[in-house]
Write a protein that binds this ligand. Structure first.
Ligand SMILES: [Zn+2]
Length: 279
C-alpha cells in the first residue's frame, strides 16, 4: 500500500525488538511513505541509542525523557543529565513523560515528582513534550498549566472530548495509533470523528499497540499507513489530505525543520545536508 508522506510521531525504534532488522524496518516504512520517525525516550540507559539513531538517519528525530513505566530505574542524577542531553539539535522534545494511574504498582507521588521536574526542564529549554497519560488527564492538565511547555503531543490519547479540547487549548496535538483500527474501539473512534483534524497526529507506539491486522505481533512504523487509512475512513477525508495535514501537525507541534525552506520554526538554519523529511 503506497501512500502520501506521513510521520510516525511515536515509535520506539531504539528497543531491542529491532536489533536484528532495524535498518530494514526503516527502509520498508520509507517505501510505504513514512518519511519521518519520532523516537521517544524511556530510560536514561537507552538515551545514547536514540541519539545514535538520530545521528545515523536524517529522518529520525528523538525525544529524551523518563517514562513513568520505568519509575524504579530513574534517579535524580538522570534528571540532571537530561538537561545537558537536550541540547542536541535532533532532540526535539522532552518525552515520553507523564502519569500512569492505571498501573497501581507505580507510586503516584514518585510519578508526579519526575513529571513535574521534567515539565520544568521542558519549559526552561523551551521544548515541547511527548506525553504519556492514562487515568490522570485532569492532574496532568493542571500541571501543564502550571509549567506550560511549548506544546507537544498527548500520545495514544484516550481521554474525553473535554480533556482533548483542554490539551488543544494548551497547544497540544493528540496521537492516534493502532487501537483505532479495532472496530470495538467505539469510544476512541467516536472521539477521532469529533476532533479537528488540525489537532491530530498519527503514531504506532511500536513495538507495542499493534493494530487489528497485526494483533499479537511486533508493531512497526511499516503499519502506519493502516492507521492513516482507518482515520481517513472515520473522518470521511481523502487519504492524501489527511496525510498532508497530519504531517504538518507533527512538524508544527514538535517544531521540526521545514524541508523546503531549510529553516526550523524558530527560523534557525539547518546544517548542510539538512534534515530529510520531504512532503
Ligand atoms: Zn511510547
Amino acid at each position: 500500500m503506497k501512500t502520501a508522506a506521513i510521520i510516525d510521531s511515536h515509535c520506539h525504534l531504539d528497543f531491542p525488538d529491532y536489533d536484528q532488522d532495524r535498518e530494514q524496518v526503516l527502509e520498508n516504512a520509507r517505501k510505504l511513505g513514512v518519511r519521518g520517525f519520532i523516537v521517544p525516550g524511556t530510560t536514561a540507559r537507552r538515551w545514547p541509542q536514540i541519539v545514535k539513531l538520530c545521528r545515523r538517519h536524517a529522518d529520525v528525530f528523538g525525544a529524551l525523557g523518563l517514562h513513568p513505566f520505568f519509575l524504579d530505574e530513574h534517579g535524580m542524577a538522570d534528571l540532571e543529565k537530561l538537561g545537558s542531553c537536550l541540547e542536541n539539535r535532533k532532540i526535539i522534545a522532552v518525552g515520553e513523560i507523564g502519569l500512569d494511574f492505571m498501573r497501581s504498582d507505580l507510586d503516584p507521588e514518585r510519578q508526579l515528582c519526575f513529571f513535574k521536574m521534567q515539565l520544568k526542564l521542558a519549559a526552561e529549554q523551551e521544548l515541547p513534550v511527548i506525553l504519556h497519560c492514562r487515568k490522570a488527564h485532569d492532574t496532568a492538565l493542571k500541571l501543564l498549566k502550571r509549567y506550560p511547555p511549548k506544546g507537544g503531543i498527548a500520545h495514544a490519547f484516550n481521554g474525553s472530548l473535554q480533556q482533548a479540547k483542554a490539551y488543544i487549548r494548551l497547544g497540544f496535538c493528540l496521537g492516534f495509533g493502532g487501537m483505532l483500527t479495532y472496530e470495538r474501539s467505539t469510544r476512541l473512534r467516536q472521539l477521532a470523528r469529533q476532533l479537528p483534524v488540525e489537532s491530530m497526529v498519527l503514531e504506532t507506539d511500536a513495538p507495542g499497540m499493534s493494530g487489528t491486522a497485526h494483533r499479537g505481533q511486533r508493531n512497526s512504523p511499516e503499519y502506519l499507513p493502516e492507521v492513516l487509512q482507518t482515520l481517513a475512513e472515520l473522518k470521511n477525508l481523502p487519504v492524501e489530505d489527511l496525510a498532508r495535514q497530519t504531517t504538518t501537525n507533527v512538524r508544527c507541534s514538535l517544531a521540526l525543520p521545514d524541508a523546503e525552506s531549510g529553516t526550523g520554526q524558530n527560523g534557525q538554519i539547518d546544517p548542510p545536508g539538512g534534515f530529510q523529511i520531504t512532503p
